[in-house]
Write a protein that binds this ligand. Structure first.
Ligand code: PGA
Length: 254
């Protein structure tokens, strides 16, 4: 049984004050929606403040990135040990990290390993770029990203994979429910091939890319899609709450 899952990726938005305001707006309505996991991923500098506000509520916390070393002379980086005290999840391999910060599969693999070794649950993002989609290379690209990121990693249902086609992120042009379903099923097949079918059937796979309250139903109606990773719409409290609520309803979670 996979528990439905909605995560909000706030990206590089909100000052500490703004993050506190945003989480205060949504924590009570989010807490009231049962049978579904909801996780907020604010910027690093707001993790502690947000953690204090969600304490005692049924809302989880995640970071947006992490370095793989535990400590040392890595100016500007954040380690799994630091995150371990603050949150449960960490987004890794987001396409914006790959695009703007040169992250490659090998680095992402080290991060995935370090997260799991230190008790964090990785949300691994994969997805094809627009030209790769046009060239019909979606499965080739995603297969490579998954094999790279999961190389040498012990099978675990602590992994969540987010399918985020790059052409759909922040563009208002979401994939169709059908497109997302085909690729999410492919992702679970690849994980089954790399690990085994039993673990793969327990690994949650999300869709991400221009998800809103009005289109989330298209994705979560699919039995293989366990929820969504929300960017822009997670910065609007009402919208985010209704995404969670619609997902819980459609998944029959409450
Ligand atoms: P978006 O971003 O919802 O703004 O398209 C999704 C993501 O990058 O996780």
């Amino acid at each position: 049984m996979r528990i439905p899952f909605i995560a909000g990726n706030w990206k590089m938005n909100t000052t500490v004050g703004e993050a506190e305001k945003l989480v205060k707006e949504m924590v009570i309505p989010l807490d009231a929606i049962g049978g579904i996991e909801k996780v907020l991923c604010p910027p690093f500098v707001s993790l502690l403040s947000v953690k204090k506000i969600i304490q005692g509520f049924d809302v989880g916390l995640g970071a947006q990135n992490m370095y793989f070393e535990l400590k040392g002379a890595y100016t500007g980086e954040i380690s799994p040990l630091m995150l371990g005290e603050l949150c449960e999840y960490v987004i890794l391999g987001h396409s914006e990290r790959r695009l703007y910060f040169g992250e490659v599969d090998d680095l992402i693999n080290r991060k995935v390993r370090a997260s799991l070794d230190n008790g964090l649950k990785p949300i691994l993002c994969v997805g094809e770029k627009p030209d790769e989609k046009e060239e019909g290379r979606t499965e080739e690209v995603i297969g490579r990203q998954l094999r790279g990121a999961l190389s040498g990693i012990e099978p675990t249902v602590k992994l969540t994979v987010a399918y985020e086609p790059v052409w759909a992120i922040g563009t208002g042009k979401a994939a169709s429910g059908e497109q997302a379903t085909v690729t999410v099923d492919f992702i679970r097949e690849v994980v089954a091939g790399l690990w085994n079918r039993e673990v793969a059937s327990g690994v949650r796979v999300l869709y991400g890319g221009s998800v809103t309250a009005s289109n989330v139903g298209e994705f979560v109606a699919s039995s293989g899609i366990d929820g969504a990773l929300i960017g822009g719409a997670s910065l609007r409290s009402e919208e985010f709450v209704s995404i969670v609520s619609r997902t819980a309803d459609l998944k029959g979670a409450r």
